[in-house]
Design a protein around this ligand. Structure first.
Ligand SMILES: *[C@@H]1O[C@H](CO)[C@@H](O)[C@H](O)[C@H]1NC(C)=O
Ligand SMILES: *[C@@H]1O[C@H](CO)[C@@H](O)[C@H](O)[C@H]1NC(C)=O
Length: 392
């Protein structure tokens, strides 16, 4: 019997080693897709459910930093966005922040490097020691649009170029003059390399120009197994089409198959621009929001991606996918069911961007045992509304 016993022990050890190896690979696979660019994931401690068994996420959507910096109201509205995020973070004390796109209004930034405004957006989470991740919206790398009043009498925009380098006409000097906007890759690389608390990623190169494509695992409170998967996708816009591509669909399928083959781990999805499925479930624009939808403002039509390349079918067929969260429409904050999952808007957080509806942030609270996802909206003035159970 003894050798049997030992064999079983060896078998158990091998199984444990294999499981550990799989977990390591999963961790590597999900976070080092841009290892050539030195994603410092090795330095990042794993995300984990808290001692109370829950994980709370605050969504900051459509901050639109950097508008009209040459006026009074531009800087004033950026100060307003700082205040909203501070109020929400102090009231909710989230474990994690998701910057849900349009952190900056690049088409309005008269500086060659939008990272400076981007950094102001993420400084809200950084200043309170809260880790975060970001996805791109359509305004983050839009090309600069000259305000007409800046045009000189002969119709030529007055170029402001950086001082010439000592070596003469370097290519970077020319780039500084063009105001073509800061590319997604540069924005993200700067964020990641300057911030220990950033869990953002440039995503696999074969999905570029879509950049913010990555998965984060949140480990169980008391085991080193993932208890939640958060998928971030780049829904385009700005320098390219507003779409989730079929390449991203294939990427999602291979990631989810690899990390969660039996669908045991619940999954949440984050991107910026609503898919066309949102149009199907939307309450009629400007009508009252009725059950089963939950929300407080319904002031405009859904402005969806330009096409659907299959992502919604794939997500709707996975019972482990509980909800999708988007921003983009500042006048909508509802959640509506779609097949077996929920489609949710965030809440316009920034004073930048169109619309004057009161600012706030959607909060998501995930509980590990027994699993549930609930959400609500926290306003700048501290009020809380639109509680909804997204899964239980
Ligand atoms: C933009 O600014 C950031 C922060 O100051 C800096 O780290 C980065 O290198 C700059 N990028 C470019 C392309 O100048
Ligand atoms: C807070 O703002 C909301 C609008 O979002 C308003 O309805 C409510 O009356 C305000 N509450 C307080 C206490 O100011």
């Amino acid at each position: 019997m003894r050798w049997w016993h030992n064999l079983a022990a060896v078998g158990a050890l091998l199984a444990a080693l294999a499981a550990a190896a799989a977990l390591t690979v999963a961790g590597l696979r999900s976070t080092t897709s841009d290892s050539k660019r030195g994603h410092p994931s090795a330095r990042r401690p794993p995300l984990r459910f808290g001692p109370g068994g829950s994980f709370k996420v605050a969504l900051f959507a459509d901050l639109h930093y950097g508008e009209d910096a040459w006026t009074d109201w531009g800087p004033a509205q950026d100060a307003g966005s700082d205040r909203v995020m501070a109020a929400v973070l102090d009231a909710e004390k989230p474990d994690f922040v998701v910057y849900l796109g349009d952190l900056v209004t690049a088409n309005n930034l008269p500086i060659p490097n939008a990272s400076l405004y981007w950094d102001r957006a993420v400084s809200a989470a950084r200043g309170r020691g809260v880790p975060w991740a970001a996805v791109f919206g359509n305004h983050d790398d839009m090309a600069f649009e000259w305000p007409p009043e800046w045009f000189s009498p002969d119709g030529v925009p007055p170029l402001r170029c950086p001082p010439p380098s000592p070596s003469g006409n370097s290519p970077s000097t020319d780039r500084g003059c063009s105001f073509r906007g800061t590319p997604r890759i540069d924005l993200m690389t700067t964020e990641i390399s300057n911030n220990r608390l950033s869990y953002s990623s440039n995503g696999p190169k074969d999905l570029w120009p879509g950049v913010s494509n990555y998965v984060l695992q949140v480990l169980s409170r008391n085991r080193d197994d993932p208890a939640l998967l958060m998928y971030f996708l780049d829904s385009g816009g700005g320098s390219y089409t507003e779409v989730v591509s079929s390449a991203q669909v294939k990427w999602f399928q291979s990631q989810s198959q690899f990390l969660n083959p039996d669908g045991r781990i619940p999954e949440l999805i984050f991107w910026h621009i609503p898919s066309t499925a949102y149009v199907k479930v939307a309450p009629k624009a400007k009508s009252e929001i009725r059950k089963p939808c939950v929300g407080s403002i319904n002031k405009e039509d859904v402005a969806p991606q330009v096409a659907e390349w299959g992502m919604m079918d794939v997500l709707a067929k996975r019972p482990s996918v509980k909800a999708i969260f988007v921003g983009h429409n500042h006048g909508l904050d509802w959640c509506c069911p779609y097949e077996k999952l929920w489609l949710c808007f965030a809440r316009h957080t920034g004073y930048g961007g169109y619309g004057n509806w009161p600012r706030g942030a959607r909060i998501i609270q995930i509980t590990e045992n027994s699993f549930s996802t609930v959400s609500w909206i926290r306003m700048e003035n501290g009020t809380k509304h639109s509680d909804v159970t997204l899964s239980s």
